[in-house]
Write a protein that binds this ligand. Structure first.
Ligand code: NDP
Length: 487
């Protein structure tokens, strides 16, 4: 399979445009962050002409795909989901090699991607409308959903298989065609996913893959008048620029961006639950999740006990090669990301926070971007380490007088993606669910780690546009039509 689509000399993995595997002008080497001497593969970068060709192919394919029978969509999405699930171990390994999350996390992410395709296979059979009586005698009103057109999908490096899946599957399910641009750091998972999609029986041009840098490939998608909607996940500055350009030409846009997610630990919390929830939420997947608990807001009565127990748990965490047995935390994804993490650790120290645990780069058996997970205590809410997204295995503790102050601190950031509370009080749990300014609220479970069949998204600077995932995805991936019918 790989040979069929790769150029023989250096096995450069190609773009998929209009149903053909197409060589690029250039290629990048995809390096394993667990072992910098291992190249995962070489991946083509697209020229401007190739991006335009992909957009044109998608636009032409839309002419008939928009009216495709729902069983055709079901069969394709179902087959894609089945193959992903059947190959979860192999694909999870590939994902962990290029991104650095542990093998268990990689396999889990791949399985999730498979389930997403299965979910939207089912949804394609359930696209419904409404029929209402009109205010006018003898007239009825029909409300239906129609596909949007060509959709440009721009994805980040931290979930190289799941995020593409939760954009591609609903786009195809509701009758759109796709041009997919993955993050340059993680083309292997994207390519493997595309290779599966390419064999699922979709007509040429319905799905296209173009790899390459965001400033070229991404920009062309965002600016093309033929691309009727852009779904983007990534950083705030890039998202904001994309939204402005898309809005200026009247295209639909959906953004999922950063977080500075609070986990509130109240006096009455079960200490073991609190520590588990904090460690999983803050540090697993190397803290590189938009839903990571980066601020631990802890009330007076449990503060010292919580920190002592958390520190003891951090000391046992096994940091290592993503594929090694027993590894709990893999490497940071890249050199620039490691630099950013270390910069923020230095900033925190300069701001007067106490670096209670970790924060040092680690030299292990394999040369990689390893970082000892870091914990800051004695921090103030206004510090940069409590306001800006770090996106690494770094968490802070903020001491709060009581529940009300903890809630106020939790809400006092420009982001609002996910939030959590650990408590045994029904009253506080209910109040926190109601007053937390986040799109997703967790009670006694980590802020990161969500289901695939329910909406995902945030508020404030974290998200813009309709929700992703679950049945709510139809809002973005379809347009509404209201028809008035008289006999
Ligand atoms: P970036 O914003 O740098 O990149 C995201 C995507 O946008 C990449 O595919 C990138 O391409 C592309 N891109 C870059 N420049 C442009 C441009 N000018 N026009 C169009 N596309 C462009 O984010 P990262 O990949 O570095 O991911 C980390 C960030 O993403 C973090 O801030 C994190 O919080 C956020 N994130 C949010 C999630 C959420 O759901 N809320 C989920 C995951 C991450 P290329 O890689 O080629 O530069």
């Amino acid at each position: 399979m790989a040979q069929a689509a790769s150029s023989v000399a250096r096995e450069v993995h190609r773009h998929y445009i209009g149903g053909e595997w197409t060589a690029g002008m250039d290629a990048i080497a995809n390096v394993n962050p667990s072992d910098l001497h291992e190249v995962v593969g070489h991946y083509a970068t697209a020229t401007a002409e190739q991006v335009q060709a992909a957009i044109t192919a998608a636009a032409q394919a839309f002419e008939s795909w928009q009216f495709s029978p729902i069983e055709q969509r079901f069969d394709a999405l179902d087959a894609i989901g089945s193959e992903i699930l059947a190959r979860r171990e192999e694909l999870g390994r590939l994902l962990s090699r290029e991104e650095g999350k542990t093998l268990a996390e990689g396999i889990g992410e791949v399985a999730r991607a498979g389930r997403v395709f299965k979910f939207f296979a089912g949804e394609s059979l359930r696209i419904s409308g409404e029929l209402l009586a009109s205010t006018r005698r003898g007239v009825s009103v029909e409300i239906t959903r129609e596909p949007v057109g060509v959709i440009g999908l721009i994805t980040p490096w931290n979930f190289p298989m799941a995020i593409p899946a939760w954009k591609i599957a609903p786009a195809l399910c509701y009758g759109n065609t796709v041009v997919f641009k993955p993050a340059e750091l993680v083309p292997a998972s994207a390519w493997a996913l595309s290779e599966i999609i390419a064999r699922a029986g979709l007509p040429p041009g319905v799905f296209n893959l173009v790899m390459g840098p965001g400033r070229l490939v991404g920009e062309l998608l965002v600016n093309s008048p033929k691309v009727r909607a852009i779904s983007f996940t990534g950083s705030v500055p890039i998202g904001a620029a994309i939204a402005a350009k898309a809005a200026a030409r009247g295209a639909k846009v959906q953004l999922e961006m950063g977080g500075k997610n609070p986990l509130v630990v109240l006096d009455d919390a079960d200490l073991e639950v609190a520590v588990n929830v904090a460690v999983q939420g803050a540090y697993f997947s190397t803290g590189q999740r938009c839903t990571a608990s980066s601020r631990l807001i802890v009330t007076e009565g449990i503060h010292d006990r919580f920190i002592a127990a958390l520190e003891a748990r951090l000391a046992t965490l096994k940091i290592g090669h993503a594929l090694a047995a027993g590894t709990e935390i893999g490497p940071v994804v890249s050199e620039p990301q490691l630099r950013q993490d270390l910069d923020y650790i230095a900033i925190g120290q300069r701001e007067g926070a106490r670096l209670r645990f970790g924060g040092q780069p680690l030299r292990l058996e394999h040369e990689g971007y390893y970082l000892q997970p870091a914990l800051f205590t004695d921090t103030q809410p206004a510090m940069r380490i409590n306001q800006e997204e770090i996106f690494g295995p770094v968490a802070t503790v903020i001491r709060a007088r009581d529940y009300e102050q903890a809630l106020a601190i939790a809400n006092d950031v420009p982001f609002g993606l996910s939030s959590g509370v650990v408590t045994r009080s029904l009253r506080y749990a209910a109040d926190f669910r109601r007053r937390s300014q986040a799109g997703m609220v967790m009670v006694n479970v980590p802020t990161a780690g969500v289901d695939y069949h329910v909406p995902f998204g945030g508020r404030k600077g974290s998200s813009y546009g309709p929700r992703e995932q679950g049945r709510y995805a139809i809002e973005f991936y379809s347009n509404c039509k209201t028809a008035y019918i008289a006999p």
